[in-house]
Design a protein around this ligand. Structure first.
Ligand code: UDP
Ligand code: MN
Length: 461
């Protein structure tokens, strides 16, 4: 009897051990299948042996909307991860496998583009991103008849896979009848793959309303967007960066807001696509502000403004917009003076258009029911110089046109810029007069009373 008991005891033990092992293998198999779910066959890359399972290491991912790590830190972090995991790393955020042989592509990616090019090249152009909308937003419906949209995407030396994923994601997530056209503007990129390869891909894979324009010289994103807008014929212009992924029902809430109000300019809530892992993560409800350096910043919405009947679906009044992702009635865009075409390369245009919209009778809101993911990255080291130069130049232009006496707040932060040149602004000053725009004091009192004003040194000293 005791032998029988022992036999069954061991038997049970062995059976459960076997099941545990089988279950473990099954889980690993499922995991590998999951890993490969989003990898499109034709860009699967050189075939390598499946790695054995390794532990997760990316634990301290930056939480900010815009990570503040310098490229050097990013490299240290990557080196650390690679050392720990013996040449193979699985990112817990995305479950994509890194191989040591791909490190070069990754490092090059960070140097040139500020995000993980290796993962971008592995990911499907049609991947599912999480639906990050609130319950209130999911319950909302929109009219069938809405103004049609021209999507404008300006790019300079963009990673091909990121650019194509942006376009595919728009086509996948937008009802055809609302998508009047997609206009891509190549801002005189240097990479070969953005020439014939891109042209051919567009011809073979996209509908005819995806158009490609090329700038003869580098214009910068501000003139680039003006060129896109000038060529567009849809009722509404929607500007996107060339490394975005739009989410479910992203366009209708934007079009609906503009349909109801001609002078309404709207941004989606910009979700963060992590620059290291390309994982799509929801962002909290934030609004745009700025500092007296004339740098854009995200800030929490004062809680009193979130308590309306619409709750988490309510449009958020925003003193400024982040930049490249917003929608505006096409006629209204030109009526209020499009952009300052004297601005160069990058930066400052988002504050300029924000002040102009509010001060000249328009409105600027963030629509949290519209979600668009954007690869959030740092300014790249090799481009930092040209970007900082153009940002300073553009900021000076906008300070002299729009800030009135408050430009002294800017010079208090940046005394070095007081004597710097900023080109001819007479057309923009004239525009402000023609449009009968209000003062910057009005803007501060009514739109951004939370902004701190610093005491100026007295003139005698
Ligand atoms: N861009 C451009 N010409 C330039 C610089 C940028 O067309 O001279 C494009 C760029 O490819 C991107 C968009 O403008 O699609 C916004 O630039 P970026 O993503 O660098 O701005 P950020 O998101 O960092 O504000
Ligand atoms: Mn961008």
């Amino acid at each position: 009897m005791r032998n029988i008991k022992r036999f069954f005891g061991h038997g049970c033990f062995l059976t459960s051990l076997t099941w545990t092992v089988l279950f473990f293998i099954y889980l690993n198999y499922i995991e590998l299948k999951q890993l490969l779910k989003n990898v499109p066959f034709k860009r699967a890359g050189p075939h390598q042996a499946f790695p054995t399972k390794v532990s997760y290491n990316f634990s301290n991912f930056p939480k900010q909307i815009r990570p503040q790590l310098k490229t050097k830190d990013v490299k240290n972090k990557l080196d650390h991860d690679i050392k720990v995991t013996n040449n193979i790393v699985i990112s817990p955020e995305l479950d994509v496998i890194f191989y040591e042989s791909n490190r070069k592509i990754r490092d090059l990616g960070f140097e040139q583009h500020g995000f993980n090019v290796f993962i971008s090249n592995q990911l499907s152009y049609h991947r599912d991103v999480p639906d990050t909308r609130s319950i209130e937003c999911k319950a909302k419906s929109y009219p069938y008849y809405l103004p049609v949209a021209s999507i404008i995407i300006c790019f300079y030396n963009e990673v091909l896979s990121a650019l194509l994923r942006t376009v595919h994601s728009v086509i996948d997530h937008t009802p055809q009848y609302l998508l009047h056209e997609i206009i891509l503007i190549d801002d005189h990129s240097e990479f070969d793959y953005l020439k014939e390869d891109l042209r051919n891909y567009i011809k073979e894979n996209f509908p005819e309303n995806v158009k490609l324009l090329r700038n003869y010289k580098r214009e910068g994103l501000i003139r680039g967007r003006i060129i896109g807008a000038t060529n567009a014929t849809g009722k509404v212009l929607v500007f996107l960066d060339s490394h975005c992924e739009v989410n479910k029902m992203w366009l209708q809430p934007l079009l609906f807001a503009i349909q109801k109000d001609y002078s309404m300019v709207v941004s989606p809530l910009i979700d963060a696509i992590n620059a290291y892992t390309l994982k799509y993560k929801p962002s909290p409800i934030l609004r745009g502000g700025f500092t007296w350096n004339l740098h854009f910043k995200w800030e929490f919405v004062p809680p009193s403004k979130l308590l309306g009947p619409e709750g988490a679906a309510a449009p958020i009044k925003s003193p400024t917009m982040a930049g490249g992702i917003f929608a505006i009635n096409r006629r209204y865009f030109f009526e209020i003076g499009q952009y300052d075409n004297g601005m160069n390369i990058w930066g400052g245009e988002n504050l300029e258009i924000s002040f102009r919209i509010w001060m000249c009778g328009g409105k600027l809101f963030i629509i949290p029911c519209s979600r668009v993911g954007h690869i959030s990255r740092n300014v790249l080291p090799q481009k930092a110089h040209e970007i900082m130069d153009s940002l300073q130049y553009n900021s000076l232009r906008l300070a002299h046109v729009w800030l009135d006496e408050y430009k002294e707040q800017f010079f208090l932060q940046r005394p070095d810029l007081r004597s710097k040149g900023y080109g001819n602004i007479s057309e923009r000053v004239e525009l402000r007069k023609i449009l009968g725009c209000k003062s910057f004091q009005w803007y501060l009192d009514n739109i951004y009373p939370e902004l701190e004003i610093f005491p100026l040194p007295s003139k005698e000293n």
